[in-house]
Design a protein around this ligand. Structure first.
Ligand code: ADP
Ligand code: ADP
Ligand code: MG
Length: 643
């Protein structure tokens, strides 16, 4: 058995590998770039070696630096994780040539599966059904166009060297072919340095079904059943599960056997995945499931397989790399229950899923899930790498229970101020069609806006913001609450007062107040019987981060006082929003005490009172009953009383 391991990766997968390696008693060595000096994988490993600047091209993708780091730290083996150099056959060969153990398949197997066209030819020879299409050498636009016409539209153009959902174009009609081909070739050339393409029949009602395979150096190959990864956004997986909904035993047996045949055809050693595309228009049937590609590495979604089989796939990888036979035979493997995984990304669903970066001021996860992450509260999400923050995985007896608990976990995800897809994930997991197993790769696109969180704060979010501010005010400075003329009962729990705010009001018929949410002021009416508990909130900086089902936003008191434009007097009373002055309770020169009502503003059919921030005198008064005021207008200024 190897005794030390260098992990040539970062993020959650590096942490995942370190966990198993450590449990097996191996010494672990992390590598890191400038941006990752404080990353979780660096903290978790026994040792860490700096390998260069932040861009992956200058660090995680530089094979020589990684091999040098292994040599310098005395690591015996290298685990590449996924992405980066994991499917780079030349790198695998260099590792072996350097006298190190490569935790992965033979370079020749990686090469055989590296190009999609060559892999498909190989599979056809091995008798594995492949998607109908064109794999020819002739790459002239005329020939490709003729082949596309012959296949029949819709057709999918794929870069032979493609990966990660890139370099693919669906073409629905002959007249669109030429343009799509050009743009696909351009993307392929710039992303993969190879502009060659293949053509495939675009499968309608497509489902992505893949089979986990494992081989050892003694000629054994087993499969660990299938996963369904049909929930995709732009050909990138978002939610994965095992087993596949609607899979019957005969179909499972057929595709798992095809997967084992595929792995044997390339003399496969280690963990691999055979990806298939299924035409699910009439359920899953072996006659309508075709080989798509093989990923010669550990897959992002491997945890769902681990959950249903009870196998630690990283442990198997390390054993196999050490020359041991597979720990289990095929007959000893079976499916237990249902597992689902959601990929939590740092991106803003309300803004077209734009990546979101920054420091994780708050990072709290639901306790009852398997969490695979590479970050921690206080860590920085940079723009240098993949925006995946974590994977959440649940395992239950049935699919419905697994969906239910994962939806809950996504809704309970509390991350601030970085935006995440958590509110999108729970909506997808909660969807009626998803729950019924009516899924295909077009699911997310077809559901459109119904899976998106609201772009503007909802009435309920504003109420939560108002409640959070009131509670903070109550606990911070109870006296300032007096003018509200109501009782506020809050039951803060540890950690510090955040967590669960039980909320109940009595007395006054309703409470209206102004809150500033994500920089805009809103008037909120908080009715006496409003009982939406708990509100998840936590003070940060000048405001409170409120989390509503995975969606976090910043609540702050409206800007009613503070420095007015130019003036620096902190007793400035500003109008929180455009409105009309309906009452002025004081006159210039009056002395006022803290909390005393100065004037009342009406906006959006609600009244809002402005009060003195401290004891003092009314040094300036610019408001008259009936006057219109704009947001931020200086209405009055209180000068602090001496002493
Ligand atoms: P999977 O089917 O396991 O999701 P993908 O093809 O989507 O596989 O890639 C796996 C992961 O590796 C993704 O998170 C992707 O962003 C990342 N990845 C893919 N190619 C590269 C690369 N060249 N460099 C770094 N990361 C990559
Ligand atoms: P990558 O290397 O980027 O993972 P794949 O060939 O695995 O590329 O395809 C990625 C995704 O594109 C699949 O999961 C599937 O959703 C879709 N796809 C691929 N081939 C087809 C096809 N022939 N018909 C319909 N969808 C396809
Ligand atoms: Mg793929």
């Amino acid at each position: 058995m190897i005794r030390s391991l260098l992990i040539a990766n970062r993020g959650e997968i590096a942490c995942r590998i370190i966990r198993t390696a450590r449990a097996m008693g191996l010494r672990t060595v992390a590598v890191y770039s400038d941006a990752d000096a404080n990353a979780l994988h660096v903290r978790q490993a026994d040792e860490a070696v700096h390998i260069g600047p932040s861009p992956a091209r200058e660090s995680y993708l530089v094979g020589e630096r990684i091999i040098a780091a292994a040599k310098a730290s005395g690591a015996e083996a290298i685990h590449p994780g996924y992405g980066f150099l994991s499917e780079n056959a030349d790198f695998a060969q260099s590792v072996i040539d350097a006298g190190l153990v490569w935790v992965g398949p033979k370079p020749a197997s990686i090469r055989a599966m590296g190009l999609k066209d060559a892999a498909k030819k190989l599979m056809q020879e091995a008798g594995v059904p492949t998607t109908p299409g064109y794999l020819g050498e002739d790459q002239s636009p005329e020939r490709l166009r003729r082949e596309a016409d012959a296949i029949g539209y819709p057709v999918l153009i794929k870069a032979v060297a493609g990966g990660g959902g890139k370099g693919m174009r669906r073409v629905d009609a002959a007249e669109d072919f030429a343009d799509a081909l050009l743009s696909c070739q351009r993307e392929a050339a710039s992303s993969f340095g190879d502009d060659r393409v293949l053509l495939e029949k675009y499968i309608l009602s497509p489902r992505h079904i893949e089979v986990q395979v494992f081989g050892d150096a003694h000629g054994n190959v087993v499969h660990l059943f299938e996963r369904d990864c049909s929930l995709q956004r732009r050909h990138q997986k978002v939610i994965e599960e095992a087993p596949a909904p609607g899979m019957d035993e005969a179909t499972r047996a057929a595709i798992c056997a095809a997967a084992v045949k595929a792995a044997r055809a390339v003399d496969y050693v280690g963990a691999g995945t055979i990806e298939f595309i299924a035409d699910a228009s009439a359920g899953l049937n072996a006659d309508r499931i075709w080989f798509m590609e093989m990923n010669t590495r550990l897959q992002v979604e491997h945890p769902v397989t681990e959950e249903i089989t009870g196998v630690d796939l990283v442990e198997w990888q390390l054993r196999v790399a050490s020359g041991e036979p597979l720990p289990k035979r095929q007959e000893e493997l079976s499916i237990n229950g249902w597992a689902i995984e959601a990929r939590l990304y740092a991106e803003d669903p309300a803004k077209g899923f734009l990546p979101s970066t920054g420091r994780l001021e708050i990072f709290r996860e639901h306790a009852d899930v398997r969490l695979e992450t590479g970050v921690y509260e206080g860590a920085e999400i940079t723009g240098f790498y993949d925006p995946m923050i974590a994977k959440l995985i649940t395992h239950q007896a049935t699919r419905i229970e697994a969906c239910e608990s994962l939806a809950q976990a996504c809704a309970a995800t509390d991350i601030f101020p970085v935006k995440t897809n958590a509110p999108f994930l729970w909506r997808a997991l909660d969807d009626e069609d998803f729950r019924a197993g009516r899924i295909d790769t077009g699911f997310i696109a077809a559901k459109g806006d119904s899976l998106l969180p609201p772009a503007d704060p909802t009435d309920d979010m504003l109420k939560q913001a108002a409640a959070a501010l009131l509670v903070q005010e109550y606990y911070g400075e109870p006296t300032t609450l007096s003018f509200w003329d109501h009782d506020l009962l809050a039951a803060p729990q540890p950690d510090p007062w955040r967590a669960e705010i039980g909320f109940r009001m009595n007395a006054a018929p309703s409470l209206h107040t102004a809150v500033n949410v994500d920089g805009r002021t809103h008037l909120v009416q908080l009715p006496i019987d409003w009982r939406r508990a708990p509100v998840v909130a936590e003070p940060v900086g000048d405001g409170i981060a409120v989390n509503d089902d995975g969606l976090s936003f910043l609540a702050a008191p409206p800007r009613t006082s503070g420095a007015a434009s130019g003036a620096t007097a902190d007793g400035a009373i500003l109008s929180p929003m455009p409105g009309r002055v309906i009452a002025v309770e004081v006159a210039a020169g009056d002395s006022v005490s803290k909390g005393q009502k100065l004037l009342t503003l009406e906006a959006m059919k609600m009244e809002h009172s402005l009060v003195a921030p401290f004891d003092g005198i009314v040094a300036e008064l610019n408001a008259a009953t009936g006057g219109q005021v704009s947001e931020g207008a200086l209405l009055a200024r209180i000068e602090r009383a001496e002493g």
